[in-house]
Design a protein around this ligand. Structure first.
Ligand code: Q9C
Ligand code: ZN
Length: 340
């Protein structure tokens, strides 16, 4: 299986995340990518490629130009700073509502972000753009029909990134970049099986009838991202009916997950897409430190095989997964099931 990986990923390495009044070690760390790559190497059958020269053009349709400019300039500002504290840009105040006069540097940090897990560092823009380009390249390979499934090995992840906001460790929505690109050639379904709701992907395509978004995740009443992912969010305008959320309670195991996955796959089949984007997170695993679900490693083979059954040309995009011991094995299992 061909793997497009993001060679710029380590340019973004957050010093920590701001949780409950303290900075704690960051779950989303560069070692994640190395662990996945080592596991795929050990499993065998995977070839690794870098995307061609990164371009901002791949972001069109997924992100607002003003947000792209902000992220580029904020990363440059962090790079130029001499004081170490000024090399990390953290939001402290979030908007009360839209205010076009809120244009100061400190206002923009809150304007273009929605939580305290997603600082902007000197290399954030380059790392995020590398991931978006990896996703675009994978989409092009799958669209060309030469590959049935391509895996995008990247971090930081993407599915929480909104059209104009970073959050949840995410800056550019890699899955949305792939889906937008594929949508030029036919209807696309995005299936998101990260344990957290893919709010960014949902919102990017919320009014579109040609891109179905389906997400199975922890009930946002109790799990991040809290403000979206509820079952009654079904799309808007011509996109009404083209979003499906399947929230499941804390503690969900295989018995509860399997029927939800079947419902998600049925919705994808009924939509009759030409392409699938599979936003894959390993954080529904029983050993994940932040997910709260109870899926064992062996279920990931079944998950991959169930997705394979759809018989669709597929771009798999890496999202979350935060247990260093189980992340690699989960990815190997899901890709084995998908490709077997
Ligand atoms: N102290 C993804 O999986 N909340 N993002 C963490 C832990 C943020 C997860 C709380 C979780 C974001 C791509
Ligand atoms: Zn997640």
């Amino acid at each position: 299986m061909r793997v497009i990986w993001n060679p710029k990923h380590a340019d973004h390495a957050a010093p920590g995340e701001w949780e409950g009044g303290a900075v704690i070690p960051c779950y989303e760390a560069p070692e994640r990518l190395g662990l996945i790559r080592a596991a795929l190497d050990a499993a065998g059958g995977f070839t690794f490629e870098e995307p061609a020269r990164p371009s901002e053009e791949v972001l069109a349709g997924a992100h607002d130009p003003a947000y792209v400019t902000y992220l580029r300039e904020a990363s440059a500002e962090a790079r130029r700073a001499r004081d170490p504290a000024a090399k990390q840009l953290w939001p402290t105040v979030f908007p009360f509502g839209p205010n076009p006069r809120a244009t100061g540097a400190r206002a923009l940090r809150g304007r273009y972000c929605f939580d305290t897990y997603t600082p902007i560092l000197p290399g954030t823009f380059a790392a995020a753009l590398g991931g978006a380009n990896a996703a675009a390249q994978a989409a092009d390979l799958v669209a060309a029909g030469t590959e049935r499934a391509v895996y995008v090995l990247t971090r930081p992840p993407g599915h929480h990134a909104e059209p104009d906001r970073c959050g949840g460790y995410c800056y550019f929505n890699n899955a949305a970049v792939a889906a937008e690109r594929l949508s030029k050639r036919g209807p696309v379904a995005v299936l998101d099986l990260d344990v957290h709701h893919g709010n960014g992907t949902q919102h990017i395509f919320y009014a579109r009838a040609d891109v179905l978004t389906v997400s199975v995740h922890g009930d946002p009443a109790a799990l991040y991202p809290f403000f979206s992912g509820f079952a009654d969010e079904t799309g808007t305008g011509t996109g009404l009916g083209a979003n499906l959320n399947l929230p499941l309670p804390h503690g969900t195991g295989v018995k509860e997950y399997r029927p939800a996955l079947a419902t998600a796959l049925d919705a994808v089949r009924r939509f009759k897409p030409a392409f699938l984007v599979f936003a894959f997170g390993a954080d529904a695993h029983e050993a994940d430190p932040i997910g709260g679900f109870k899926l064992p490693t062996k279920f990931y083979t079944e998950m991959g095989a169930a997705v394979r059954e759809l018989g669709l040309p597929t771009v798999v995009v890496q999202e979350g997964g935060y247990n260093p011991a189980t992340l690699g094995p989960c990815v190997v299992e899901v890709l084995k099931g998908l490709h077997a």
